[in-house]
Design a protein around this ligand. Structure first.
Ligand code: AP5
Ligand code: MG
Length: 188
């Protein structure tokens, strides 16, 4: 099964994807983590990507789709994947559909995790005190929220039209949000 998790920065995509992956034996593909890993490996091009991401803007669609195509070729993604942070634009949603169609597969479920942006800023700032993500500062967080509204929100309509969109409330405890997502998957 191929499932997409969609939601604002800090809403819990990564947290929930890890737990869902354990529970359902699905591998997770996180483009944010892949990009941070690419940046850690250095190089001029990677520094350009770093500048974009650190400011809270999106990496180019073709860069992302190349990374995803390569990664999806790995055996753990042969029959299933939990996508965390991809797609983020309608162009990526279309490209991902095409990529999966070539494997006779498709996105069966897109789960939107929603929450008020102000709550999420607090969550991310709390994480910033523990971890060291370059884009976890107030200026970049605000930009990430704007980019979500402008570029990523339109993919909700894209999946709605295909009849695969479900939405859950992302506020509450991690356990509560997890139970809501599991119930979407069971109903599916
Ligand atoms: P990405 O790494 O995907 O970051 P993001 O979308 O901004 O989201 P986060 O990872 O910050 O939050 P999350 O939803 O995973 O929440 P988490 O579980 O960590 O992308 C980073 C950047 O890379 C993008 O801005 C872009 O530049 C680039 N990029 C990535 N993909 C791209 C793509 N496809 N195209 C172009 N560019 C791309 O939770 C957040 C915090 O809250 C944690 O501390 C967690 O412990 C806590 N928490 C989680 N759930 C709860 C809860 N229920 N209650 C209280 N706290 C909670
Ligand atoms: Mg994440």
């Amino acid at each position: 099964m191929y499932v997409v998790l969609i939601g604002r920065p800090g809403v819990g995509k990564g947290t929930q994807a890890i737990r869902l992956g354990d529970e359902l034996k699905l591998s997770r593909l996180s483009t944010g983590e892949m990009l941070r890993e690419t940046i850690r490996t250095g190089g001029d091009v990677n520094q350009q990507i770093a500048a974009i991401i650190d400011g809270g803007d999106l990496a180019a669609d073709d860069v992302i789709m190349k990374l995803v195509e390569n990664r999806l070729g790995e055996p753990e993604f042969k029959n299933s994947c939990l996508f965390d942070g991809i797609p983020r634009t309608v162009a990526q949603a279309k490209a991902l559909d095409e990529l999966l169609a070539r494997r006779n597969a498709k996105i069966e479920l897109a789960v939107e995790i929603s929450a008020d942006p102000d709550e999420l800023v607090e969550r991310i700032l709390a994480r910033a005190r523990i971890e060291n993500r370059a884009d976890d500062n107030l200026k970049a967080i605000r930009r990430r929220m704007d980019v979500f509204r402008q570029s990523t929100e339109p993919i909700l309509a894209y999946y709605q039209e295909r009849g695969v969109l479900k939405s859950v409330d992302g506020l509450g405890t991690r356990d509560e949000v997890f139970a809501r997502i599991m119930s979407c998957l069971k109903d599916h």
